[in-house]
Design a protein around this ligand. Structure first.
Ligand SMILES: Cc1cc2nc3c(=O)[nH]c(=O)nc-3n(C[C@H](O)[C@H](O)[C@H](O)COP(=O)(O)O)c2cc1C
Length: 353
């Protein structure tokens, strides 16, 4: 089966979640024997359709534009058995690059009006339109974010076979180091979907459920997301620079600190033992909080907890600098910029990430 996989993300493969998902789908398709060509639309010149209808009248089936779409992509598209339209979700629909591509497939249909099977008026197809798969990723965590796009896809190609719609909400969570297991399952399921499409021209409901599985709750997603964007703004970096510099979201309140610290602790360090970790902050935040570590979980609370195994007294800003890699924790300890009481070895093991 000849497959044309179109990726309309303007972002490079190293930072695009559309590219990550599409890469897995394509791997699965190739494993099942599909002959797949991937085209990044950002590398192609595709002019906008100008609505002249010359392709319906003076030069039937032939567009007036002379660009990569006319000479390369439209012929490839027509010759494919299956086309994957992979687009990031922009304002609840496909992005401009994918829209430009799709508009330019107008020469493949005829101008006439006909009723379809349910009496709805459609344009007939000139010769052939390849079957389609849609793939999209988005920023918000809820799968319902794709509802308008799913409706749009259902009508997208005038009765032509639609083999699947793959949507992954909260796509940035796919690269979260704290959700690796679930993220790997999503990516494995996307590979599986690729195999199924080549073998059966459809995606099994179980595979789709794995692809769309929730990766976290919306509240935590929002908290972490807000911390992330605040850090980008404060440090004057964009998302690409943030990941290139291996930065981490920076808490600026006690609540945010209590939320984010557990993600950075290596709790395997405590084994089966229950451990209590106490912080007393000075400086920007003059407050205390503690963390109970037990049964593989970290429970944060404000104030002073039961007899701690480890107590850290530190300026809040300094500890956040250490957490986010701006300052060397060992060096600051030697310079007595913060104090530790209790199990020092536990501290080394808990914070080794
Ligand atoms: C112009 C623009 C519009 C967007 N609109 C939405 C949207 O409606 N819903 C949403 O959840 N995410 C939206 N996003 C976020 C993208 O879907 C998200 O960043 C996605 O990961 C981009 O795909 P990429 O990583 O392949 O580039 C938008 C992003 C941009 C730049």
């Amino acid at each position: 089966m000849n497959v044309l996989a179109l990726n309309s993300s303007p972002r490079g493969d190293e930072e695009s979640y559309t590219a990550i998902m599409l890469g897995c789908l394509v791997d699965g398709m190739r494993e099942a024997g599909g002959n797949v060509e991937v085209v990044n639309l950002r590398e192609k010149k595709i002019r906008n359709c100008i609505g002249c209808f010359t392709c319906w009248t003076k030069t039937p089936g032939q567009c007036v534009h002379k660009d990569d779409m006319t000479y390369e992509l439209f012929p490839k598209w027509k010759a494919s058995d299956l086309v994957v339209y992979a687009s990031p979700l922009y304002y609840h629909t496909i992005n401009a690059a994918m829209s430009a591509f799709r508009e330019r497939t107008l020469p493949a249909i005829l101008p006439f009006f006909e009723p379809d099977a349910v009496g709805k008026t459609i344009h007939p197809i000139r010769d052939k339109i390849p079957a389609s798969v849609f793939l999209s990723v988005c920023g918000f965590p809820e799968d319902s974010e794709f509802n308008p796009m799913r409706k749009f896809f259902a009508r997208a190609h005038m009765g032509v076979e639609e083999a699947g719609i793959i949507c992954r909400a909260g796509a940035s969570l796919l690269s979260s180091p704290f959700l690796q297991e679930k993220a790997n399952d999503v990516l494995d399921a996307t590979r599986q979907a690729g195999r199924e499409l080549i073998e059966d021209m459809e995606i099994a409901p179980e595979t789709m459920d794995r692809i769309t599985q929730p990766l976290g709750d919306a509240e935590s997603f929002g908290k972490m997301g807000n911390m992330y964007w605040k850090t980008c703004i404060a440090e004057g970096v964009n998302p690409k620079e943030f990941s290139e510099r291996k930065m981490v979201p920076r808490p600026d309140t006690l609540e945010d600190f209590m939320f984010v610290l557990p993600y950075g602790l290596d709790i395997s360090a405590t084994g089966d033992e229950r451990k209590a970790l106490q912080f007393h902050f000075s400086g920007d935040v003059e407050d205390s909080c503690y963390f109970m570590i037990e049964d593989g979980k970290v429970n944060p609370a404000r104030g002073i907890g039961e007899t701690p195994d480890l107590t850290i007294r530190t300026p809040f800003g300094l500890w956040v600098d250490i957490m986010t890699g701006k300052t060397d924790g060992a060096q600051m300890f030697m310079e007595q910029k913060y104090q530790v009481e209790g199990d020092l070895d536990l501290m080394m093991r808990l914070f080794r990430r």
